[in-house]
Design a protein around this ligand. Structure first.
Ligand code: SF4
Length: 480
């Protein structure tokens, strides 16, 4: 069993975050506010960051590889002039990626200038790209988002809004999209609402109202913006009326168009893992939902133990919920080092073990000779869980019960989350008992799909990584 699992090819041992997008319109210091908003959503992507701004006459762009604080300095933020902007954080991967794949993407075309920021994944991008290349298009990046630039540039409609709608009728998949022209900001969410996108407002120094659109509402808090609502699945918001002076505000107009019939299936994994607990996504606070996950876990898995401890950070709220429901003491038995940052880790077992050690350190005084329940959010390859159990045993834990605040992940995501292939997902290929044996826990339990849905508010979600039921016919796509 053990050997078989180590023979998997991928190095990826956890879910890689999605991207983050931010748009600001009629906002004082729009690029600076965008910078802070991107900073608050750094957890959604650490590979590259970028901002495009507009002063009504021209679009300015700065982007680079690295964290938000590494990419921008005071000078380049001052160069991003204007009262409208879009920004993007790109998710991290084990390999390298070229700067040309970072966003926003910028292009000049026959209606002027455009910048695009995209969170999600266009599932028929390969077919469209081949078609466009066949007809003479020249691509400068490897990313699916560039298809949109070409589709918009080639369309014959007289305005940007209609060209975007035409382009979106051709593409499938998941998107929270922001388009910046010299004078307009346009935000669109796919018909399934897979990726979160919310609208907020901000009061400028002169009392005028500005707007912000962001993947997560934690971006609003940092810049003093007020959460207004979620952008609906299939909805397009058009912001118009930008002042052409950097100093002067205007009275912006917002137009809402329902461009696709909504078929809501938001990504349930946002609640389990991705989103920050202080965010509201899909109209619910993430921390509250995660506590619900822990409560449901306690109802389904009644275990006698001395304490409940989370795998920090994403297991904390669920562990609190479990402790409250079960009456078992909550302890921070593992401390996370938040300053590890990005490290170059060789894809060897020893290096993987070091990576976990660098991040997580158990408190021996708390857990020695104790029966403990450990709460985590997921098991991907199993190697990280195995290492966590190992360090807890070395710290003296007597019995270790690992509970996961979600069902087993059995299928990859095609909607913008970088997941391993099915063959590398341990729960897709091995029985519960085999997985328990591999990770070395005394017992192992998962939340049921039914309880996950209950904890998340009983709506309809995309939960394909847990049940393999994709929301469209992507699995039948000819290029998959
Ligand atoms: S497959 Fe999983 S991670 Fe991907 S969108 Fe659906 S629920 Fe989210």
């Amino acid at each position: 069993m053990e050997k078989q699992i180590y023979q998997t090819s991928s190095f990826q041992s956890s879910w890689n975050e999605e991207c983050a997008v931010v748009g600001t319109y009629n906002v004082d210091h729009a690029a600076l506010k965008n910078y802070y908003a991107l900073f608050s959503m750094q957890h959604r992507g650490q590979e590259a960051s970028g901002i495009s701004s507009s002063d009504g006459k021209q679009i300015y762009t700065h982007k680079n590889k690295g964290l938000v604080t590494e990419v921008f300095n005071q000078q380049c933020l001052q160069n991003l002039i204007g009262r409208a902007s879009i920004g993007h954080n790109r998710y991290s991967t084990a390999g390298s990626a070229s700067l040309s794949d970072s966003q926003p993407l910028f292009a000049k075309y026959n209606l002027g200038e455009i910048a695009i920021a995209h969170n999600g994944n266009l599932t028929n991008a390969k077919d469209i790209r081949e078609h466009l290349i066949h007809n003479g298009a020249i691509f400068q990046s490897h990313i699916d988002t560039e298809n949109l630039i070409h589709l918009i540039a080639q369309d014959k409609a007289p305005n940007l809004k209609d060209r975007i709608i035409s382009a979106l009728k051709i593409i499938d998949g998941a998107y929270g999209l922001l388009f910046l022209s010299r004078t307009k900001l346009i935000a669109v969410r796919d018909r399934y609402g897979l990726r979160p996108l919310s609208l907020g407002k901000i009061i400028n120094a002169d009392g005028s109202i500005g707007y912000i659109v962001a993947s997560e509402s934690c971006a609003f808090d940092l810049i003093g913006a007020e959460y207004m609502r979620e952008i609906q699945p299939g909805e397009m918001l058009i912001f118009e009326g930008l002042a052409t002076s950097d100093k002067q505000s205007s009275i912006p107009r917002i137009t809402s168009l329902q461009i696709f019939k909504p078929n809501p299936h938001p990504c349930i994994f946002e609640y389990v893992y991705f989103a920050r607990p202080d965010s509201s996504v899909f109209s619910q606070n993430v921390y509250s939902v995660r506590k619900n996950l822990g409560r449901e876990l306690a109802r389904e898995h009644k275990i006698k133990a001395d304490m409940v401890i989370p795998v920090p950070d994403s297991g904390v709220a669920a562990a609190l919920g479990y402790a409250k429901e079960s009456g078992i003491d909550f302890e921070l038995g593992i401390i996370r080092n938040h300053y590890v940052g990005r490290t170059f880790i060789e894809p060897t077992q020893k290096a993987r073990e070091l990576k976990v050690r660098l991040k997580l350190n158990p408190i021996s005084n708390i857990i020695a000779n104790k029966d403990i329940i450990v709460i985590d959010d997921s098991i991907v390859r199993g190697t990280t869980s195995r290492q966590i159990i190992k360090i807890l045993r070395q710290a003296g834990a007597k019995k270790i019960h690992l509970l996961i605040s979600a069902p087993p992940t059995i299928a990859p995501c095609f909607y913008g989350v970088d997941t391993p292939d099915s063959k590398d997902l341990i729960c897709a290929n091995h029985s519960l008992e085999s997985v328990r044996e591999f990770i070395g826990a005394d017992s192992l339990g998962f939340l049921s799909l039914k309880a996950l849905n209950t904890a998340c508010g009983g709506k309809i979600f995309c939960q394909a990584c847990f049940d393999g039921n994709y929301i469209d016919d992507y699995t039948k796509s000819k290029y998959r």
